[in-house]
Design a protein around this ligand. Structure first.
Ligand SMILES: *Cc1c(COP(=O)(O)O)cnc(C)c1O
Length: 396
């Protein structure tokens, strides 16, 4: 059995990018602040903010940089405690540490979302912000998070790196918190190679993030400006120089028109495969939360009633059939596993999150997959499950 499609290749970049790239190369204007106006990065910021219905956008080098700048622009640092989920990519606790804050890890359940009971316990009076990471595009209960943050008088930051196109009760993910951060790294819905962007409706957060991203001297004048706001921060902030290059913006801009299609194709694929897999008693693909409309480009599912050895054999059997699936917690180098974040001081134990990570499978599911690819994927997964389970029974 072969899938007939490499799950790690990206979609081609729209032709329009090539034309814009040629023009850009001829002009030599690769730096976002070269041109007096209408630099590709500036246009991307305008278009992205419009698409999301946000007032402001700041394009930067990565989503990690956007998270870091968000924390700094909110005035956080100096050991301030920031809640994050115990299941996310290592770049998230890293951004928190980089900003001088201390991450407080909250349990994540079998549905890959923040455990609201543990959240309530961890939300003590010394917590200064909540950074919800919509890991692999799974949205935590945003109503509860938002109202808890409002009640506590602390900001909610959304790591929406992998959630472009997702909505919560009709509202775009990334626009619910004070700041929303997105990634344009190649494994995300929009592929700029590298890149990130943050959106906000708060002029002060915006102005500070612009300056700290590297708008030195008067370069903030090349942003959507309310001069008073920027003048207020002139020479008062460090310059972290994590700007986006015009090269990335030119590659990203024509892909914004593809977001809706990629999101809906991704969801159709996901639901088709999930229905097939959920027929097996050996796996569970968790349901979306009520109010959550997803834009998946990967699938996670849990093995039911497997030992470590059988879980490993399942991964090996899939690999033997040409399908790479990983189980987060069974990989000693996996960057999404909290016990591998050894750069953190006081790394806590999170038994629920650990149990989930030990049985949660991770599968890429690009939007460009067709029904025949999905049928083959399902066949490989279901037959591998059956083969591991039948040899286990024979051994008993
Ligand atoms: C990819 C990713 C990041 C990091 O994005 P970069 O642009 O590579 O810094 C952060 N959080 C989540 C959930 C991600 O998927």
């Amino acid at each position: 059995m072969t899938i007939g499609k490499n799950l790690h290749t990206a979609e081609p970049i729209p032709e329009k990018a090539l034309q814009d790239l040629t023009e850009l190369m001829q002009s030599g204007d690769l730096f976002r602040y070269h041109a007096a106006q209408n630099a590709p990065v500036t246009l991307l910021e305008k278009e992205f903010a419009e698409m999301m219905g946000a007032k402001y956008a700041v394009a930067v080098a990565s989503c990690s940089a956007a998270l870091f700048l968000s924390l700094r622009a909110l005035g956080l640092g100096d050991g301030d405690k920031v809640i994050i989920p115990g299941f996310t990519f290592a770049a998230v606790p890293s951004a928190v540490v980089h900003a001088g804050c201390e991450p407080v890890l909250v349990e994540v359940g079998e549905n890959y979302r923040m455990d609201m009971d543990d959240f309530a316990t961890k939300l003590t009076s010394d917590i200064k912000a909540v950074l919800v990471s919509h890991m692999r595009g799974h949205t935590s209960d945003m109503d509860t998070l938002k109202s808890a943050c409002e009640q506590a008088g602390i900001p909610l930051i959304e790591d929406a790196a992998h959630s472009l196109g997702t909505t919560w009760n009709g509202q775009k993910i990334g626009t619910i918190g004070a700041v929303g951060c997105f990634s344009f790294q190649s494994y995300k819905l929009v592929n700029g190679g590298e890149g990130g962007i943050m959106i906000t409706n708060d002029a002060d957060i915006y102005a500070q993030a612009v300056i700290m991203s590297g708008a030195y001297e008067n370069n903030w004048k090349k942003h959507q400006t309310d001069a008073n706001i920027f003048a207020k921060y002139q020479n008062t902030l460090p310059l972290y120089n994590t700007r986006m290059s015009n090269l990335s913006a030119v590659v990203i801009r024509p892909q914004l028109a593809e977001v809706a299609r990629r999101a809906s194709d991704g969801l159709t694929n996901y639901e088709y495969l999930a229905a097939k897999l959920n027929q097996s008693e050996f796996v569970t693909v968790p349901d979306a939360l009520t109010g959550e409309h997803r834009a998946p480009d990967s699938m996670q599912f849990n093995l039911n009633g497997f030992s470590d050895a059988d879980a490993t054999r399942f991964v090996q059997t899939c690999a033997g059939n040409g399908l790479n699936i990983s189980i987060f917690g069974l990989q000693s180098e996996n960057a999404r596993v909290f016990w591998n974040w050894k750069f953190l001081k006081n790394l806590p134990e999170l038994p629920k999150t650990r149990a989930m990570l030990m049985r949660a499978c991770d599968l890429r599911l690009p939007a460009a997959l067709k029904r025949e690819h999905l049928d083959t994927l399902a066949e490989i997964i279901l037959s591998s499950l059956a083969s591991v389970k039948s040899s286990q029974q024979a051994a008993e």
